[in-house]
Structures are given as structure tokens and as C-alpha cells.
Design a protein around this ligand. Structure first.
Ligand SMILES: C[S@@+](CC[C@H](N)C(=O)[O-])C[C@H]1O[C@@H](n2cnc3c(N)ncnc32)[C@H](O)[C@@H]1O
Ligand code: SF4
Ligand code: SF4
Length: 324
């Protein structure tokens, strides 16, 4: 897998996306939710704190789209204010809301007015009704919003139930992780920027497993610390070293499983059904990854070869080399 290049222009790093969890918790409990929302306590960030961190982030980042998600973003009554702030900040070309659609009937004109894209994930066991989707489509037409309705029948296995070592496989999981390097699902939360959502909600998940010893700040950038923020963000995004959170994650190499809802018991005790690297890596994709690695003498050599600067229409592009 090749990463998508970051671009440097106008003193900013241009990314595919930047994400914000408008609600960390959710009204569903999907097994293997990549944001670990079924395991985290109810938490709704305020529009005021969103604005403060967004303003700081906008000094160094431009994204194709700012995605408001969660958890379930429609649980947050301040979502329309966040969408307006996001649009006014100019941080992204478009503002997207990603939702499971169950609360679409509660969406007011305030939100439709300030978003460009609404992406609805339809899950087999919990789809919103046809009438709800038709009403949303009518609203979208009125407000010239792009409505994307996507059937999601499978999830990748994301988090494991016991950490794996920081070894070669963890480096491969990180280097092939499309969440971080292709989709740029970089998330800001509580004044920190992270490569993905995993560091944000991992502590809540680990609580349910009776595990501790994970510190999100080790995996992120403090947006308000003194010093050159652009340099710090750039160094962070280009780092070849996996996050500590990658020890709890299968990235894009997790086996695909049918989308389903957790039982209350599974939600309370995720450790009862162990998810391990040994059993839940997709052998097909892992073998493909290994075969690509074999082109280089060692994965390490591949991961640490110097980045080749490229030119594209007169603008300089550079990126951490990603593979395999
Ligand atoms: C974490 S959800 C949050 C927004 C909203 N609750 C929803 O489900 O659409 C954001 C997106 O991630 C996708 N997603 C979550 N866990 C996933 C997984 N394990 N594998 C693939 N996609 C996943 C969802 O289908 C959704 O499109
Ligand atoms: S709807 Fe499912 S995938 Fe989306 S945040 Fe909730 S639990 Fe996760
Ligand atoms: S924790 Fe690591 S492997 Fe998992 S999504 Fe984040 S960057 Fe990718």
C-alpha cells in the first residue's frame, strides 16, 4: 500500500481529511467499531472547545474535508454550531458528517445549511427506515448537500484484547495502515492531534479489559504547546515509528467480519472473546504485505529509506515512504 502524499503549500500541511468526534459515545454498539465507541463513557465535547482547538489546528493544516463523526455525532445538540465553525474556519474545502442515520429525523435546517456531505452508514441489523432516508434525501436536495448512503456489511477487526509487542509485525501493521496513511483519518481531540482515533478512545476500552499503562499523549501532538507547531506536526505525521496504540490495533490487516451489534455482556467484558494478532490478522493481506516487503532486504531498510522529494505542477511534495 502506498501512502497518500501530504502537500506543503502556503505554510500548511495539506491532508486528505481531518476528523473530530462530536460525541465519543454512540447509540449503537457495533462489534469491532474502529473508534471503540461502544466502550467509552458518554462524552460530548462543547462547540467552544471545538472552536479553540480548530483555530489552532487551522494555522498549520488544510484538509480536503473536515469530518464530524464519533461515536454518533447527531447525539450532540451543538453539532450545527460545530459545522458552522468548521466552515467558517476555512480549514477544509468541505464539511462532512458521518452518521449511522438513526437520528436523522432530529436534524434541523441549521445543520443542513453548514454541511457539504452527509454520509450515512447502513448497518444490516439497525438501518434507519426508508421514510427517514427519503426525508433526508429531500432535505439534502433542498440544501444542495451531497447525501451518501452506504451499506456496510463487514467490518475489519480493529482493536485486539491484549497488546502485541512492538515488533516487526507491529511495524508492518503501522506501515500498511490506510486509516493513517491513505485516508488521513487524523483526529483532533482535547487540544491534541492524533494520527487516528485509536489513542483517543483506547483508555476507555482498556478500562473494560482491566488493562492500563497506555498514555494517549505519547501518541499525539499538543496543539497548544510552545514552539513551532508546523514543524512538530510535520515530524509527527512523517514518523516511521509506530504509535504505542498500534500495539492494540490490526490496522488494515485485521480480518473482515460480518457487521453486527454486540450483546450487553460482550460490551461490558470485551476480553471474554479474545481478539489477537495471531488469530485475527488477515492471512491473505498479511502475506501480500510480506511479499511486498521481501522486495527490500529488510522491512526496516524499506521503512527508513530516505523520502524522495517529488515535484507536481511546480509544488513540492514529500512524504514518509510507506509500504509494503
Ligand atoms: C466510527 S463511525 C462513526 C460515525 C457513525 N457512528 C457511523 O457509524 O457512521 C465512522 C465510519 O467508520 C466505519 N467503521 C467503523 N468501524 C469500522 C471497522 N471496524 N471497519 C471498517 N469500517 C469501520 C463506519 O462504518 C463509519 O463509516
Ligand atoms: S454506529 Fe457503530 S461504527 Fe458508528 S460509532 Fe457507533 S458503534 Fe461505532
Ligand atoms: S493505531 Fe496504528 S495501526 Fe491502528 S489505526 Fe492507528 S495508526 Fe493505524
Amino acid at each position: 500500500m502506498r501512502g497518500v502524499l501530504y502537500e506543503f503549500r502556503d505554510g500548511r500541511i495539506h491532508t486528505v481529511a481531518i476528523q473530530f468526534s462530536a460525541a465519543h459515545h454512540c447509540n449503537l454498539r457495533c462489534a469491532h467499531c474502529s473508534h471503540l465507541s461502544p466502550y467509552v463513557p458518554r462524552r460530548l465535547p462543547s462547540a467552544k472547545s471545538f472552536a479553540a482547538h480548530l483555530q489552532q489546528l487551522a494555522t498549520v493544516i488544510r484538509a480536503r474535508t473536515l469530518v464530524l463523526l464519533g461515536g454518533e455525532p447527531l447525539l450532540n445538540p451543538e453539532l450545527p454550531a460545530m459545522a458552522r465553525l468548521a466552515r467558517e474556519s476555512g480549514i477544509a474545502r468541505t464539511v462532512t458528517v458521518t452518521t449511522n442515520g438513526l437520528l436523522l429525523p432530529t436534524v434541523t435546517d441549521d445543520l443542513w445549511r453548514y454541511v457539504d456531505v452527509v454520509r450515512v452508514s447502513l448497518y444490516p441489523q439497525t438501518p434507519p427506515s426508508e421514510a427517514v432516508l427519503e426525508a433526508a434525501a429531500a432535505q439534502a436536495r433542498t440544501h444542495r448537500v451531497r447525501l451518501i448512503v452506504e451499506q456496510v456489511r463487514e467490518f475489519r477487526t480493529a482493536a485486539v484484547t491484549s497488546p502485541h509487542p512492538m515488533d516487526l509485525w507491529t511495524r508492518i501493521i503501522y506501515s500498511t495502515c490506510g486509516v493513517a496513511h491513505r485516508q488521513h483519518c487524523h483526529m483532533f481531540s482535547d487540544g491534541w492531534l492524533y494520527k487516528c482515533s485509536m489513542p483517543v478512545n483506547l483508555p476507555g476500552y482498556l478500562d473494560r479489559l482491566g488493562l492500563d499503562g497506555y498514555t494517549p499523549s505519547a501518541d499525539g501532538v499538543d496543539l497548544h504547546a510552545p514552539g513551532d507547531l508546523l514543524a512538530r506536526v510535520r515530524e509527527y505525521l512523517f514518523a516511521r515509528q509506530p504509535l504505542e496504540a498500534c500495539r492494540y490495533c490490526l490496522g488494515w490487516l485485521g480480518r473482515r467480519v460480518p457487521q453486527r451489534q454486540l450483546s450487553a455482556g460482550e460490551q461490558n467484558s470485551p476480553g471474554d472473546r479474545p481478539v489477537r494478532r495471531a488469530t485475527h490478522l488477515s492471512y491473505g493481506r498479511a502475506l501480500y504485505a510480506l511479499a511486498r516487503c521481501a522486495k527490500w532486504a529488510t522491512v526496516d531498510r524499506y521503512l527508513t529509506r530516505p523520502a524522495r522529494p517529488r515535484r507536481d505542477h511546480g509544488r513540492s511534495l514529500s512524504n514518509v515512504p510507506l509500504g509494503p
